[in-house]
Design a protein around this ligand. Structure first.
Ligand SMILES: *Cc1c(COP(=O)(O)O)cnc(C)c1O
Length: 394
């Protein structure tokens, strides 16, 4: 581990956490097993008393999951990592293990739909209050965090309009209010933004997105200091069972090998497409963190290393025009997923954000004409040609 920390991300993505079995296999082994056997009754007793550290049951741990967790921790620069069955399982395990009745959570309003539902519908049932603020407005954060809070939850860039939160500034305010800062880093990926270096206490991923990146498996991850991840969140996970399947862990291990290349290529293509569309069709109001026209461009350049793979734009003429545009696409698929090798496009108003009422959508600036594009690994010229052809016909 000590030596591995000095390697570049490309090397860590391929080699990090690799632990070969007695058979010296080249590729990471898939330990598709729910349980483990003991050489003696005493060995079993020692395993359960903690006298010897070993695998006892795959709800607690599995060698394939350990390799994946170590690899991802090295890529993130985190002390500890625990994998979960989905991104939402990661979000929920963090909330449920760290919060208690009477606590207060402050979160940015622009959130993934299911995260929004946990904060506004599930946690209040257990006496946990949540306050949602405009994540772009430091004054709003300052006001909300002038009172004590237990946890601050943010997504940056946020779905679907790529609004940013100043992680370093909010981290300082969170600390002052006694809160832990938890960052959902899905859109930025471990290559694009390092929340732990900016003052976050925990980073969460939906591994379903770029970490798999081939549209195959669900997964999630929680990263941070061992004192939090291993000592507080992991015991909760062992008992409540949001465990990732070893098969999915193995798929994700192989995916991570190409993550730095995929993410760099997707971001490069997204940047090209955003710049070209902005030049040729300025009326589309392109949103992309690394476009100088993004309202938080300076912040994006400060806290992100790449602009990410997702961009948003707005078609004049509302829902009918947006649907017409989507239906005209030939190459790009209509889908609500993102971070995939295949470019995917969606109409947030009627899909990913349909759970919000109209007032909430308008508060977030999401209109009937908005489109979210997740740029994949196809050639950017082919993607651009598809977008321009569909736009000219709509
Ligand atoms: C997809 C997503 C999630 C939820 O992850 P699942 O793997 O679908 O459970 C949470 N946050 C963000 C930003 C996401 O894009």
């Amino acid at each position: 581990m000590a030596k591995q920390k000095s390697y570049h991300p490309d090397t860590l993505a391929v080699r990090g956490g690799l632990h070969r079995s007695e058979f010296d296999e080249t590729s990471e082994a898939l330990y598709l097993t729910s349980g483990y056997v003991y050489g003696s009754a005493q060995e079993a007793a020692d395993a359960f008393s903690g006298a010897c550290a070993r695998f006892v049951y795959s709800r607690y741990g599995n060698p394939t999951l350990s390799m994946l967790g170590q690899r991802l921790a090295l890529l993130e620069g985190a002390e500890a990592c625990r994998m979960t069955a989905s991104g939402m399982a990661a979000v929920f395990a963090v909330f449920a293990s760290l919060l208690k009745s009477g606590d207060r959570v402050v979160a940015s309003r622009a959130l993934f739909g299911a995260c929004h539902a946990i904060l506004t519908q599930i946690l209040p049932k257990w006496g946990i209050e949540s306050e949602l603020v405009d994540g772009c407005d430091l004054g709003a954060w300052e006001a909300a965090l002038s009172k004590p809070a237990a946890l601050v939850f943010v997504e940056s860039p946020a779905n679907p309009l790529l609004d940013l939160v100043d992680l370093a500034a909010v981290g300082k305010l969170a600390k002052r209010s006694g809160a832990l800062l938890v960052v959902d880093n899905v859109f930025a990926t471990p290559l694009g933004q390092k929340p732990l270096e900016l003052g976050a206490d925990l980073v969460i991923y939906s591994a379903t997105k770029h970490l798999d990146g081939h549209g195959r498996v669900l997964g999630g991850a929680i990263l941070g200091a061992s004192a939090l991840v291993d000592e507080v969140i992991y015991p909760f996970m062992c008992r409540t069972g949001p465990s990732l399947s070893p098969f999915n862990a193995w798929v994700l291990l192989k995916s991570l090998e190409s993550l730095p290349y995929r993410v760099a290529r997707m971001a490069d293509s997204a940047q090209k497409i955003a710049e070209h569309l902005e030049r040729q069709c300025p009326e589309l109001n392109i949103r992309y963190p690394f476009l100088a026209s993004h309202p938080q461009y300076q912040l994006a350049k400060r806290q992100m290393r790449i602009g990410g793979s997702v961009l948003a734009f707005e078609i004049a003429g509302g829902q009918d025009a947006a649907f017409g545009f989507l239906d005209n696409l030939d190459l790009i698929d209509i889908s609500n997923n993102l971070g995939d090798a295949k470019s995917l496009i969606c109409h947030p108003y009627t899909t990913t954000h349909s759970g919000l009422d109209d007032a909430e959508k308008h508060e977030l600036g999401i209109s009937e004409g908005h489109i979210r594009l997740s740029v994949g690994l196809e050639h950017p010229d082919d993607l651009l040609a598809d977008l321009l052809a569909a736009y000219s016909q709509h």
